[in-house]
Design a protein around this ligand. Structure first.
Ligand SMILES: [Zn+2]
Length: 142
């Protein structure tokens, strides 16, 4: 399954020419909006449309990371509703949460970052990319 997710992400990156989860969502007709919500983000399937809601307080890399995770749900788990909760979602053992984390890691951490920085630890790589180091637990490299 992780291999399939990696392949799917590579397909989108090539097709749309970007790793920006917002631009990929635009291309896939996944709708998103920012608001005052009680978690970092959530994904919902409403009236046959895919919606992502993001907390308006998210900024910079965290905003991208939550969006990439929710986009993973939109693509992989179309009919499920999911909530992103800071300090919980990366530790979740629920299958769909792990899959959405894998999607986010593959999208936001290109293989080239790892290949071009041999000897870097996972936390050094995460810092280099600007993301929470938990994301590296979901990144697969062949
Ligand atoms: Zn989730």
């Amino acid at each position: 399954m992780n291999r399939d997710i990696k392949r799917l992400v590579a397909y989108y990156v090539k097709k749309f020419g970007t790793r920006d989860p917002f631009r990929i969502a635009d291309n896939l007709n996944v709708l998103y909006q920012f608001g005052d919500i009680g978690c970092e983000g959530c994904y919902m399937y409403l009236k046959r449309h895919r919606y992502i809601f993001l907390n308006a307080n998210l900024d910079g890399p965290e905003k991208e990371m939550v969006m990439a995770h929710e986009l993973g749900h939109a693509v992989l788990h179309r009919r499920e509703n999911c909530y992103f909760i800071r300090n919980k979602t990366f530790l979740s053992t629920v299958r769909i949460e792990r899959e959405a984390n894998t999607f986010a890691a593959e999208l936001l951490i290109p293989d080239s970052l790892i290949l071009e920085n041999p000897g870097y630890t996972k936390s050094q790589l995460a810092r280099l990319a600007g993301y929470n180091e938990m994301i590296m637990e979901f990144k697969k490299i062949d």
